[in-house]
Write a new protein. Structure first.
Length: 180
């Protein structure tokens, strides 16, 4: 019998000074049986960074033709395709062909560095892709914040993110490898 996804709930209060976006979101996150807490929290972080009324979690690991998160316009067209991890060239090309903008939130320390070194030259030629790396210590610290029900305050300014959940503060410095 196949394992089922585990559902996590989060009250996410976002204060994004860069975009002037101040809003609370109640989100449900389905963690795939093969997904780690670290990867799931990277998806939550991606939601906080790009939060909007039209941003939603997609099937990600459960469907190879969908991103981790996506933002669709009123016609159903994908305006932003967000991938978490270290996607292969084929997945990136598919995303670029289906969306106006592609965002990759990478993590994994030296593995992420090797991945980026192999992708950098081709990514530099593209105008509609952004790549952000989260340092290994920060992504592991995110995993430590996981609870089935979470209340997360998130402040974003420039390339810094401050998270607080259950009086556990976490500061994350974004490393922007490529801006679109």
């Amino acid at each position: 019998m196949a394992q089922k996804s585990i559902i996590f709930k989060a009250e996410l209060e976002i204060a994004d000074m860069n975009r002037g976006y101040y809003k609370s979101h109640t989100i449900s996150i389905a963690r795939h049986p093969s997904e780690t807490d670290e990867r799931m929290m990277m998806r939550v972080l991606a939601f906080a960074l790009y939060a909007s009324e039209s941003l939603s979690f997609a099937n990600g690991l459960s469907a190879s033709d969908e991103p981790d998160l996506w933002e669709k316009d009123f016609t159903g067209s994908i305006s932003r395709w967000i991938m978490v991890g270290l996607p292969h060239d084929k997945a990136i090309k598919k995303a670029l062909s289906r969306s106006a903008q592609v965002v990759i939130l990478s993590y994994g320390g030296s593995a992420a560095e090797l991945w980026w070194s192999s992708l950098k030259s081709s990514a530099d030629k593209l105008s509609n892709i952004s790549v952000i790396n989260i340092p290994a210590l920060a992504s592991r610290a995110l995993a430590e914040l996981v609870e089935r029900t979470m209340k997360i305050q998130c402040s974003i300014q420039d390339d810094m993110i401050w998270l607080n959940t259950n009086n556990q503060p976490l500061e994350i410095a974004l490393i922007r490898l490529k801006k679109s």
